[in-house]
Design a protein around this ligand. Structure first.
Ligand SMILES: CC(C)(COP(=O)(O)OP(=O)(O)OC[C@H]1O[C@@H](n2cnc3c(N)ncnc32)[C@H](O)[C@@H]1OP(=O)(O)O)[C@@H](O)C(=O)NCCC(=O)NCCS
Length: 164
């Protein structure tokens, strides 16, 4: 999947955003708090609202084969949150996940958030390794993954430098 181009999606890109998000939920159902069935039921208005929110940014990685990665940064209380991280199976292990994390870190820092938070399943070793390599550390907060009581998860945080 070379070369990789990171693109920001807006409301008018809702069909593209829907396609890659549904592919992620179908491919890796245990990585996310939401489900394929739940998001398949969303209509155009819901996708437009998600992608067009002034408090969120959706980035995709486009390669020769089409869209192969997705991440969302969004306000999460006083902090920013990193959500929906996904890289297509055939594109993993090439640093695309790291690129997507770095893009959200840049957005969160520019926007002035003090921290970037995310939740990851305790058993999701590739994702934990990726986040730890990008400087995220456990906050001590634990929980369960969305509506999935069988999937314990924990929170990681990256402290962001204050704005100059
Ligand atoms: C977790 C996930 C996003 C990681 O994506 P990725 O693109 O494979 O991540 P990266 O390539 O940036 O890093 C993964 C590994 O590839 C290595 N890598 C980075 N650049 C590389 C390159 N050019 N060549 C080979 N390997 C490379 C990284 O060092 C890392 O290695 P490690 O496993 O030894 O630490 C991906 O596995 C995924 O989508 N999983 C399913 C969904 C999921 O779990 N999402 C997270 C929800 S919290």
């Amino acid at each position: 999947m070379e070369p990789h181009v990171l693109e920001h999606l807006g409301a008018d890109d809702w069909a593209r955003g829907r396609a890659i998000r549904l592919r992620a939920l179908a491919s890796d159902p245990d990585a996310f708090g939401s489900t394929l069935a739940r998001e398949q039921a969303f209509g155009e208005a819901e996708w437009r609202a998600r992608l067009g929110s002034p408090e969120a940014r959706t980035y995709v990685v486009r390669g020769a084969e089409g869209d192969g990665g997705l991440v969302v940064g969004a306000r999460y209380g006083e902090d920013a949150g990193l959500f929906s991280m996904w890289v297509a199976p055939e594109a993993r292990g090439q640093g695309i996940g790291a690129l997507l994390v770095q893009r959200v870190v840049g957005w969160a820092r520019r926007t002035g958030y003090p921290r970037l938070l995310l939740d990851v399943a305790d058993a999701n070793e590739p994702a934990i390794r990726l986040y730890r390599s990008q400087g995220f550390v456990p906050t001590g907060v634990t929980g369960i993954c969305g509506d999935r009581p069988e999937i314990p998860e924990h929170q990681l945080a990256l402290e962001l430098a204050p704005r100059p």
